[in-house]
Design a protein around this ligand. Structure first.
Ligand SMILES: [Zn+2]
Length: 714
């Protein structure tokens, strides 16, 4: 970026802080006027450091070799990040090693032996235009935490592999016991680990998961290397860990996998699958599907291939998978910039560095954005600019296997994190296109909306404008009539599936998740690489740049705020919505479970938090002393903790948040304990869990009254 362009951009953005009427001081939530003006200048300076060229260089490095968790290449990436962070001037750079149950392929093979012979390729086709696709280091098809085994059995097509699909097979008199089940990815989306658990429960001998062109291939648009969608031979690798039960190392549920730590036997590990599994391209799935000669599958089971999809028939396959699921070292890289005033209040930024292959989008786009964000913080530090609170940076390992590195790190430092962590800001993939998706646990949603107003969007205008526009288009496409506003543009329904999980669900800390997305059909395949990014995802690295700015500014505001911008009025309202949605659940019966007390408690929280609205005028008038703001912040930091239930939700003790969890499919699940009790018709448990919620809401209301008392001591 040219220098002159940069400085004009800086002016525009500083003016953006002035809000609707000229001449007023800039206002940023949580900042007294003098602090807000200084913060605006600091943010401009921070943003001006971010360079698309640097991000591209970082991205080229991270996408230069396959680096799945537990490999030598992945360790080299960790060492590179540590060395760069030292060069950038970050403090306390360290590599943490966790010895976890790992998963690596030794050999995989698949043949159809009847009615015809076909040997599956299990490899992705190279393309001349993209030299990275010709590397001998790219793995064949494999699934993380598949069991080792050899199976010869008939093949049954089970659509998405969800429980209702097996119901339909049963209605057709088809039993999958001892058979090889062939399912497709994401229709509708369900995590492959849930497909594996379901197949295991049904007694299947093995699971094949393939990418149908209807989901991410030619049905959607042009395929690689001519377009962003998945070509004939693309393989979606991935793990099938049951991390919806407990994430991290399956042998240390709830504590860190440090050397010498206690480990449970594999037979007791609930997150460990017991099934042979393999992913397939549609190139390899087609011969199996088109040679079936049994009953025709229902209309909505038909996919994008020009064949008639059938449920079963005379296809017999031979599958052999050999895995090395032994203990392997995973490496989390950690660095910080120690806070000048509140070193024991931490703002944590994290991204994972392990990739199934090159990880062009997932996660190398995020890793490249992160390196540029940290470089900018390092540049400020070299000028003597140190934020008030401590910034902690973590590059996780093994996210792809079971959110492993972040979970082990979070478990290792759980005591400190519970009291010191202000918020966790996760970026997994930073950019696969121009559409911004921002997520936040309830108390941080308004803060994220406000911050987006201070960031320029590469398409023109502010990120805030672009976000509302793209979300409006998305909802229209999804036939969702809800109008997009500041009050609902943030996704406050946070499920699992990335490294924020341990912080929200285990430790009870507020989280924010950030991503730009777009048409992307090469997820977890070899084609998710540098070429893909430079031709389809973000050729100018402009959205990477925007992400580096947004991530950094978000962190900076949290680190510098006089009063932490946590909004419990909004949170109370959001919880009210969760209750409304529960009442609409098909299994909910108002005669069996009364939610009135919970609704009332959520309303009271809203009202009590509205009292702390006195905070804004007091802050604006400079009436709060340093001692008062420090006391208020300590109280606000306890706000998420009230929603943590030490014994966890029933059946999943690791998941301790009573507002947030994930379904086994990875779909978000609010009020998990009450909802699951309602759905299973356990009304006594639903009642008990509702009382727990009311108690937590009342504790939260009491906390807000304490905040109000600090503002107005009498
Ligand atoms: Zn990822």
């Amino acid at each position: 970026m040219l220098k002159s362009v940069q400085s004009s951009l800086v002016c525009t953005l500083v003016f953006a802080f002035f809000g609707p009427s000229w001449g007023q001081s800039p206002t940023i939530s949580g900042f007294a006027p003098a602090g807000a003006a200084a913060e605006a200048r600091l943010e401009s300076e921070f943003k001006s450091v971010i360079s698309t060229d640097r991000i591209r260089e970082y991205h080229r490095y991270f996408t230069s070799m396959p680096h799945p968790a537990g490999t030598k290449a992945d360790y080299e990436v960790a060492q590179y990040i540590a060395a760069e962070w030292k060069k950038q001037g970050l403090e306390d750079v360290a590599i943490r090693q966790y010895d976890v149950l790992g998963t690596r392929p030794v050999s995989t093979s698949l043949e159809m032996i009847a009615p015809k012979k076909y040997t599956a390729v299990l490899r992705e086709q190279p393309y001349e235009v993209d030299p990275d696709t010709k590397s001998p280091d790219v793995s064949p098809a494999w699934i993380g935490f598949s069991s080792s085994g050899e199976v010869t059995a008939p093949v049954v097509y089970a659509h998405s592999g969800n429980p209702e699909d097996y119901e339909l097979l049963k209605q057709h008199g088809i039993d999958v016991k001892g058979k090889i089940v062939l399912v497709r990815y994401s229709n509708p989306y369900s995590y492959r680990g849930f497909k594996a658990l379901t197949a295991q429960r049904m007694g299947a001998a093995a699971l094949l998961i393939y990418s149908d062109p209807a989901e991410d291939g030619y049905t959607k648009g042009k395929v690689f290397p001519d377009g962003p969608w998945g070509p004939e031979s693309h393989i979606q690798r991935g793990a099938i860990t049951y991390d919806f039960m407990v994430p991290g190392d399956p042998l240390t549920p709830g504590w860190a996998s440090l050397p010498g730590a206690r480990r449970i036997p594999e037979s007791e590990a609930v997150s460990l699958p017991h099934l042979v599994a393999l992913p397939l391209s549609w190139h390899d799935a087609k011969p199996l599907l088109e040679n079936m000669d049994g009953a025709v599958a229902p209309k909505d089971w038909q996919g994008g291939l020009p064949i008639t999809y059938r449920l079963t028939g005379s296809v017999i396959a031979h599958l052999k998978v050999e895995m090395d699921n032994s203990t392997q070292p995973y490496y989390v890289v950690e660095a910080r910039i120690r806070g000048s005033e509140y070193p024991d209040e931490w703002v944590l930024l994290g991204n994972h560095h392990d990739a199934w292959v090159y990880g062009g989008v997932d996660p190398s786009s995020g890793t490249a954005s992160m390196m540029e964000t940290t470089r900018a913080f390092g540049a400020l530090l070299k000028q003597g600019i140190r934020p008030k609170r401590t910034l902690v940076f973590c590059s996780w390992d093994g996210e792809e296997v079971g959110l492993t590195g972040s979970t082990e790190w979070g478990e290792q430092f759980s005591d400190e994190l519970r009291t010191k962590l202000v918020a966790y800001l996760n970026v997994d993939s930073s950019a696969s296109g121009p559409n911004f998706e921002g997520g936040a646990s309830g108390s941080l949603a308004p803060f994220l909306v406000e911050t987006s107003r201070s960031i320029a969007d590469p398409g023109g205008g502010t990120l805030h404008d672009a976000w509302l526009k793209s979300t409006t288009a998305e909802r229209k496409e999804g036939h969702n009539p809800e109008q997009v506003t500041d009050a609902n543009v943030v996704n406050t329904r946070i499920g699992s599936g990335s490294d924020h999980t341990v912080f929200l669900n285990f430790l009870g800390r507020p989280v924010i998740t950030l991503e730009f997305d777009g048409p992307y059909g090469v997820y977890h395949s070899m084609y998710d690489d540098y070429y893909w990014m430079n031709h389809f995802g973000d050729p100018g690295y402009k959205y990477h740049e925007t992400m580096s700015q947004l991530w950094g500014v978000t962190a900076l505001r949290l680190a510098q705020a006089d009063v932490l911008p946590l909004d419990f009025q909004f949170y109370g309202n959001t919880i009210g919505q969760f209750l409304d949605e529960l009442a609409k659940n098909k299994k909910y019966d108002a005669a069996k479970l009364n939610l009135a007390a919970a609704h009332k408690a959520a309303k009271e929280l809203e009202a009590a938090s509205a009292q702390t609205e006195a905070l804004k005028p007091a802050l604006a008038a400079g009436k709060l002393s340093g001692a008062q703001t420090a006391a208020i912040n300590q109280l606000l930091m306890k706000g998420e903790t009230n929603f943590i239930l030490p014994e966890g939700i029933p059946g999943r003790p690791w998941f301790k948040h009573i507002l947030y969890s994930a379904r086994y499919t990875y779909a978000h699940l609010e009020l998990p304990a009450i909802t699951e009790a309602v759905e299973s018709g356990n009304w006594a448990e639903a009642q008990r869990q509702t009382e727990i919620l009311v108690k937590a809401l009342n504790a939260e209301t009491a906390l807000m009254r304490q905040v109000a008392a600090v503002i107005k001591p009498n």
